[in-house]
Structures are given as C-alpha cells and as structure tokens.
Design a protein around this ligand. Structure first.
Ligand code: COA
Length: 157
C-alpha cells in the first residue's frame, strides 16, 4: 500500500471540488452565506499558492484522505480574536483513528511557524481534548450560530 503523503493542495489542484463538498457537508451549518460555491472558490484560491492562506492535503497515491487549512480568518464573528487560524481539519471517515488528523494538525502548526505566525488560533465544537493533547491551549468558548465552540491557541514552533 502507498504511504500517506502530506502536500500542498497547489500540487493537486484538481481535488479542490471534492474537498469543498466534504467541507461544506461537514461545516455548512456553522456559517452564514458559506455556500458550496463559496467553499469551492476559497479552495481554488488556496490551490494557487503555498503560503498563507493555503491548504495542505493528505494523499495516498492519488486518493485524497484529508486536509487542513491555514487562513487569515475562519469566522467573521471571530475576526478580532486572532489573525491566523487553523481551519477545516478533515479526515475521510474510513481513514480516521489512525493518527492522520494529528499528523495534519502538527504539520500545519510547523508550516505556520515557517510562515512566521506568532500565535495560531482554532475553534472546535467537539474536539477540544484532541487538540489539547497536541499542545493547544483552551481560550474560552463562544457561540457560532447558536453552536457552542471552544477557542484554542498555540505558539507555532
Ligand atoms: C477530528 C478528525 C480530523 C480526527 O482525525 P483522525 O485521523 O481520526 O485523528 P487521529 O487518528 O489523529 O486521532 C483521533 C482520536 O480519536 C480516536 N479514534 C479512535 N477511533 C476513531 C475513529 N474511528 N474515528 C475517529 N477517531 C477515532 C483516536 O484514537 C484519537 O484519539 P487520541 O488522540 O486519544 O489517540 C476526524 O475525526 C474528522 O475529520 N472529523 C470530522 C471533521 C471534524 O470534526 N474536524 C475537526 C474540526 S474542529
């Protein structure tokens, strides 16, 4: 079996549409006005660069297994909270529970350090303990469209 590689979406831009469908199905209800078209256009944009804002993908051969993004803003309601966010960590259901989510998250933090991000933020509705095990610190909770989410931060190194 092929090993899993983490690469920039820019190296495989044809996966932007599939990724957008997965992301929109997973998180569409959290955001106002974040249609499938908007999600697709964001990823098509990310596929044009290997610097913030951009997306990393996990690939096994040609098969897309997951992704994670480094963005300037993840939700307009949280614009004042921070200026660099880890967003859209996603692993396909059949590849979960094997460490790939942790690997993508760690690789994104290392990439943020290369990009000179001094403090990186995320919000999560349900995976705070997973991120805490990876070194992220809880920074309070807020509601997004009525859904409680935990804010967390990390100093990228
Ligand atoms: C959250 C998510 C990215 C984790 O990906 P993953 O590849 O399963 O992550 P890992 O294997 O590194 O770790 C998952 C944790 O759940 C445990 N786990 C075990 N079986 C699992 C399974 N079938 N599915 C998910 N997690 C499982 C793992 O042991 C691990 O716990 P640990 O850190 O105590 O070891 C993935 O479940 C996902 O894409 N979920 C939907 C999108 C989402 O919620 N993203 C996060 C947004 S904040």
């Amino acid at each position: 079996m092929n090993p899993v590689a983490v690469r920039f979406l820019a190296e495989v831009p044809g996966h932007a549409d599939t990724l957008a469908r997965w992301h929109h199905a997973q998180w569409g209800e959290l955001y106002t006005d974040w249609t499938l078209d908007v999600a697709t256009n964001e990823l098509i944009d990310h596929a044009t660069r290997r610097s913030l804002p951009t997306t990393l993908v996990a690939l096994q051969g040609d098969a897309l297994l997951g992704s994670v993004s480094l963005v300037l803003e993840d939700a307009p309601e949280l614009r004042d909270q921070g200026d660099a966010w880890m967003a859209s960590l996603y692993v396909v259901p059949e590849a979960r529970g094997q460490g790939l989510g942790a690997r993508l998250a760690k690789q994104l933090v290392a990439f943020a350090a290369q990009q000179k991000v001094e403090r990186l933020w995320l919000f999560t509705p349900e995976h705070a303990s997973f991120y805490a095990r990876l070194g992220w610190r809880p920074q309070g909770s807020v509601k997004l469209r009525g859904v409680p989410v935990q804010l967390m931060d990390i100093v990228p190194v």
